[in-house]
Design a binder for this molecule. Sequence first.
Ligand code: ATP
Length: 220
Amino acid sequence: MSGNTDKNSSAKSIGILGGTFDPIHCGHLHIAQAVQQQLHCQEIRFIPCKNPLLGKKAIANEQQRLAMLQRALIPYPHFIIDEREIKRSTPSYTIDTLLSLRREFHNIPLALILGSDNLAYLNQWHEWTALIQTAHLVIVPRAGCTVTYNDIIQDLIKKHQTHDPALLLKQSAGLLFVAAVKPLAISSTAIREEIAHGSMPTGLLPSSVLDYIQEQKLYQ
Ligand code: ATP
């Protein structure tokens, strides 16, 4: 699945940012912008999960998480919402999502964007070894996240890491690239906690999203 792309020097890639987006915040937008620029992504697909896996639970419902994404992405024509996980009745396994994108986009490089916190336990994900056979992994640093990678993840990094972003456009999958992104200390958890404590997390998320949160009385 990691074959060469067409001999097309203007080849582009598709960035994929999966998450709960409960709520979407400036950290998500910041990493998507940085990856789009570094990898010349024709688009970044924001893919909200139906139900978070690995013990997490969403507070906002699917419609509310989608409504917040819609508001946040208005200024970014290359950022789109992909509802395939929400529409699927099966669990939101990333490998199923990547395989369905691969069927749709054939040989176009797919770049799965992951915070370094997620890379640390990638080997717990469903069919995790198939992920890098189906897409590139683009790792972005997470502020305050001083993870030590276990032997399995270190081995994955050793086998697949490249420091040359141009290579990610020459094959459709199979590489791991650490993007140069200034870490922003923003998380959905911290935003929800601030709101629950009665303060306004101004500046951590788009004001249109904050307005919606207030209208819907979310996270109080
Ligand atoms: P929560 O606090 O509820 O766990 P979150 O802020 O991590 O949420 P998610 O929607 O779960 O947000 O994240 C989607 C993806 O974006 C994950 O790969 C996560 O690591 C990454 N991500 C989120 N915020 C940041 C950030 N500030 N910097 C780098 N990566 C981030």
